[in-house]
Design a protein around this ligand. Structure first.
Ligand code: SAM
Ligand code: SF4
Ligand code: FES
Length: 329
């Protein structure tokens, strides 16, 4: 689609039902009815960055920080594999303790389980990405957050928009399945820039796109900003599916935080992936990127059972494969 068409659809709420049904059809025809479950390990909430929207930003002194060390990460990984997960996602703040060598030790151990591995640990140099790839990492997630450069700079003090874009192209050129995505509802974000975000995903030929509504966090500079709109986030996601038909799109936790049925609605509007948490309860509340996060009182078994039941209730099946991008269609 052209930019103006995207803008028109995003502005017009009279055809939302059509849009969601169309995205659901494109999803079914291109990636089928299987839902891929990715087990998420949030292994450190320590972060050197200052993203204005995020509760993990380094200047938030009220949050209790934690770091899960290698042996414990491997324990969660083993349990997740036993529960049937075929992909694990290791996510953290930008925590310098985990240098390339430490990450590679963890990667090598996890890859022994014969599963796909995704990292979501922030911006790295080309050489670091290359070392991760050589150690066996399959996928890497870096949301662009917004393609509005001015807004990006406002939201990310001391960070470089150019470098974030470069990281994504480096990941692509190194052969990673590359994930990106954006926040919907940042202060001063325009509908035009959301259309640009979708065009950026297309231009990058992203393999995975995660869209989440912005949720204000009390201990950040954006505490008084209004929260993002669930339906607008869903529309950006549906349009992403229509424009990139065969990619993997998660029904995000932030969507379910704003709408109790958010992940199921998302799965029926273009999404085909869910990322349940596989770490123990003690860490979940502390990984508070935004308030009201779901699943903080559940354990990995409960989340697996819960999400399987929800997926089956809408007539979809759980994938038994590693769930790489379906490049055939
Ligand atoms: N530190 C890595 C990074 O930023 O790429 C990975 C972890 S970070 C917590 C993962 C995602 O959380 C970010 O890409 C951002 O879009 C999302 N996030 C952070 N704060 C948020 C908020 N207040 N509302 C919604 N999503 C948020
Ligand atoms: Fe750190 Fe990621 Fe949060 Fe930014 S979004 S403060 S990089 S954890
Ligand atoms: Fe965690 Fe439903 S997925 S409780």
């Amino acid at each position: 689609m052209k930019k103006q068409e995207l803008v028109d659809i995003l502005l017009d709420n009279t055809k939302n039902d059509w849009l969601f049904k169309e995205a659901d059809r494109v999803r079914r025809e291109n990636v089928g009815d299987e839902v891929h479950l990715r087990g998420l390990i949030e292994f450190s909430n320590i972060c050197k960055r200052q993203c204005k929207y995020c509760g993990l930003r380094s200047s938030n002194k009220e949050i209790e920080r934690y770091r899960i060390l290698k042996e414990e990460i491997l324990l969660y990984a083993k349990k997740a594999v036993e529960m049937g997960y075929q992909t694990l996602v290791l996510q953290s703040g930008e925590d310098e303790y985990y240098d390339t060598d430490k990450m590679i030790e963890i990667i090598r151990e996890i890859k022994k389980f014969d599963i796909a591995l995704t990292l979501s640990i922030g911006e790295k140099t080309y050489e670091e990405f290359k070392a991760f790839k050589e150690a066996g990492v399959d996928r890497y997630l870096i949301r662009i957050e917004t393609t509005d450069e001015k807004l990006y700079q406002e939201m990310h003090p001391n960070a470089s928009f150019e470098n974030r874009v470069q990281c994504l192209y480096n990941l692509k050129s190194l052969g990673f399945e590359t994930g990106s995505g954006c926040l919907v509802g940042l202060p001063n974000q325009t509908i035009e820039s959301l259309a640009d975000d979708i065009l950026f995903f297309k231009e990058l030929d992203a393999d995975m796109i995660g869209i989440g509504p912005f949720i204000p966090h009390e201990q950040t500079p954006l505490k008084d900003a209004p929260k993002g709109d669930f339906w607008l986030a869903l529309k950006v996601m549906a349009l992403t599916r229509i424009n990139l038909p065969n990619i993997n799109i998660p029904a995000t936790t932030a969507m379910e935080t704003l709408n109790p049925n958010g992940r199921i609605i998302a799965l029926q509007s273009g999404a085909n992936v869910v990322m349940p948490n596989v770490t123990s309860k003690e860490y979940r509340a502390k990984y508070e990127i935004y308030p009201g996060k779901i699943c903080i009182n559940e354990n990995p078994e409960q989340c697996r059972g819960c999400i399987e039941a929800k997926i089956k209730s809408i007539g979809r099946t759980i994938s038994q494969t590693k769930g790489f991008r379906n490049k055939l269609s």
